[in-house]
Design a protein around this ligand. Structure first.
Ligand SMILES: [Zn+2]
Length: 465
């Protein structure tokens, strides 16, 4: 039997605003508990919420970047429910009139439709020792709701990565899943082919892209097993147990009627002018999707390099600065996707927390491309710039790292190495490629890596044969 999977997403995104959604409290993560609070976000009687203009602008920016229609009337509603982290007893949201509707994001081979993006406020958080921290209460959120267009976990992850890219590059959110500034709820159903949509299960509170993928894959298998056995699928909310790689029942799903939505009488509807929306549209940065096309068609880069260059705005700026200065996108893309990522991963560095001068890297690339230093020196000095921000020209001068150009000198050394390593020479002659690599290594070593590897190769072949 063939099964069809339908997945829709609800993504909550904390906005990068200075202040909360309806008051002037600071909007930040990690501060001491209950220090960013006031009568408005604590819902004291008589306190009146005032919508945050910056948050509305960011919502419009998100809508434009995801091809949505922007609604020029901003209206807020109340979603009524009781929970200890919700001081008002209701959450302010946009139920009837979301600010953005009918958008989409294009995956490599598929279009994912976005039903709506609406603005709401975050709730507080039950923290350590059961203390409720209201610092988060009132932080502006966007909720982006897709249509159930996804058919597998790969598409979901591809979408989330593209969405994250947009939000980072437009400076809308920092999208840190582990800090909760991007939270993904998954609605999933499985049906037999040609049958109507199956019963929907919601997966909540999943802490990483990897877990999202595992949770979806587990849930699809669970549904198929139930259907194969002729069992019913219950409409419910489940969470993901990362340790055991399974989903677990959390609660039965609430109905929309349970929330008694109605228009918030404390907030006057806002009419957005055409100029206000147009100004935001005109000031949009170049979107990552446009950069992807440019890097592919103009620079002829492959998808792995492109993904690496768009992994964070800081890395992307480094790439674009260097392309501007050195005009060699292929070499620069190699350096970043290969060497830079190797250094970051091997030394456990956070790219946001290290400082290096882009001009230094540009100077280094110039020296390498003009044959002043060998590839070995190039890599070693690049490491020094990334980790210690050293200035390369003085460093190379001081340590005498210029490439050795004296052909006689190199030739004599190669002859000497061949003499000393007759066994390897014979091994190479009998077909062992590894032996040749060893000989190259010995030559490079005797010159402290300051030699052009191609000259060494040519000379070795000349004298071996
Ligand atoms: Zn406040």
């Amino acid at each position: 039997m063939n099964y069809k999977v339908n997945i829709g997403l609800e993504v909550h995104i904390e906005l990068n605003t200075k202040n909360k959604m309806f008051c002037m409290c600071k909007s930040s993560f990690g501060d001491e508990e209950n220090t960013n609070v006031c009568p408005i976000c604590l819902a004291q009687p008589g306190a009146l919420p005032i919508p945050n203009k910056e948050a509305i602008s960011l919502a419009i920016k998100t809508g434009i970047a995801t091809n949505c229609k922007i609604n020029n009337k901003v209206v807020f509603d109340r979603k009524n429910y009781f929970y200890k982290d919700l001081p008002k007893g209701y959450q302010i949201t946009q139920f009837y009139n979301p600010i953005c509707t009918n958008g989409y994001i294009n995956l490599e081979n598929k279009k994912i439709n976005i039903r709506e993006i609406h603005i709401e406020e975050d709730a507080g958080k039950v923290g350590k020792n059961n203390i409720i921290d209201y610092n988060r209460a009132g932080i502006p959120l966007l909720e982006l709701v897709t249509m159930p267009d996804f058919e597998n976990s790969e598409e979901v992850i591809e979408f989330l990565k593209l969405l994250r890219e947009i939000l980072l590059f437009c400076n809308i959110s920092d999208c840190k899943i582990q800090e909760g500034s991007m939270r993904v709820d998954i609605n999933l159903s499985v049906r037999k082919e040609n049958m109507p949509l199956g019963n929907r299960v919601e997966l909540k509170n999943i802490g990483s892209f990897k877990s999202i993928k595992n949770a979806i894959n587990y849930e699809i298998k669970r549904h198929i097993n139930l259907l194969e056995n002729g069992d019913n699928i219950n409409i419910e909310t489940r969470r993901f147990d990362e340790d055991n790689n399974i989903t677990i029942f959390m609660r039965n799903k609430e109905n929309i009627e349970d929330y008694c939505y109605f228009k918030d009488p404390d907030i006057i509807p806002i009419n957005l002018s055409y100029d206000f929306i147009n100004k935001i549209a005109k000031n949009m940065p170049i979107l990552p999707s446009e950069k992807r096309i440019l890097y592919k068609t103009k620079y002829n880069l492959n998808i792995n390099d492109i993904n690496a260059l768009l992994s964070t705005p800081k890395i992307n700026k480094l790439f674009e600065d260097l392309v501007y200065l050195n005009n060699n996108p292929k070499e620069i893309a190699n350096l970043i996707s290969g060497e830079l990522f190797k250094i970051i991963n091997e030394n456990n560095l956070d790219i946001e927390n290290i400082n290096f001068n882009n001009i230094y890297i540009s100077n280094l690339i110039n020296m390498f491309l003009n044959n002043k230093i060998s590839r070995d020196t190039y890599k070693n000095v690049f490491f020094e710039i990334i980790v210690n921000n050293i200035e390369p020209i003085n460093f190379i001068e001081k340590n005498n790292l210029y490439i050795i150009c004296d052909i006689n000198l190199i030739e004599n050394m190669v002859i000497e190495i061949i003499k000393q390593n007759q066994k390897s020479v014979n091994d190479y002659k009998s077909g062992k490629e590894k032996a040749f690599k060893y000989l190259i290594g010995q030559c490079m070593k005797s010159f402290g890596g300051k030699c052009d590897i191609n000259i060494i190769k040519t000379l070795l072949l000349k004298y071996i044969n």
